[in-house]
Design a protein around this ligand. Sequence first.
Ligand code: PGA
Length: 228
Amino acid sequence: MRIIAANFKMHKTRSETKKYLEELKKIKFNGVKVAVFPPATALFEDKVVGAQNAYPAINGAYTGEIGLEQLNEFNIKRVLIGHSERRHILNESQEFIAKKFNFYKEQNFEIFYCIGEPLEIRKKGLESVVEYLKAQLEGIDREYENLIIAYEPVWAIGTGVSASVEEIRDTHREIRKFTKRPILYGGSVKLNNIEEILNIENVDGVLVGSASLDVEVFKKMIEIAKEI
Ligand code: PGA
């Protein structure tokens, strides 16, 4: 089964997200698993919706965060953990990320778990990349039945330049040695490269940022995935 996921990041309001979801439902997904991660203010009770982030607690004194209680209100059972922007801009440590993973695993959530190396590591070659990715999986149950891994090289996110077919193939082959769970690619996935990327061995789907913001583009991406 192909997995096509949209990460809105800090884009879209609640009303825009509502319209987006209505528009999205006009097509059939057939065998494709579709996930949409809107900002916390735009969560809806909808089986495609997941949270971009959540604190590893039911509730509590964690200013600015949302936890299980807030997700439960919308019946949300899907969360994105370890995105590079949270690792690098919000300074989340591997230890904290693993804590989130384990808390939401305990709750049986579907976890989209992101890993990906910065450019200086990629420049050192595949072996260094693999070491780096391994460290990002520390404390994570790699065979958790509701785990979906997203490989997103930091240098390809939001840059308009995705990793090459060879880089994706070689890296996914290495990640496959760690897990049997689905592996998504993310980082400048667009309408003009999605088909090529989905056809790479060990690529089970994509996590799309900027290009997913236009619902018509995202729908076309799902249509492409349906044909593969
Ligand atoms: P991008 O973002 O598609 O804009 O590169 C991907 C992501 O960060 O998930």
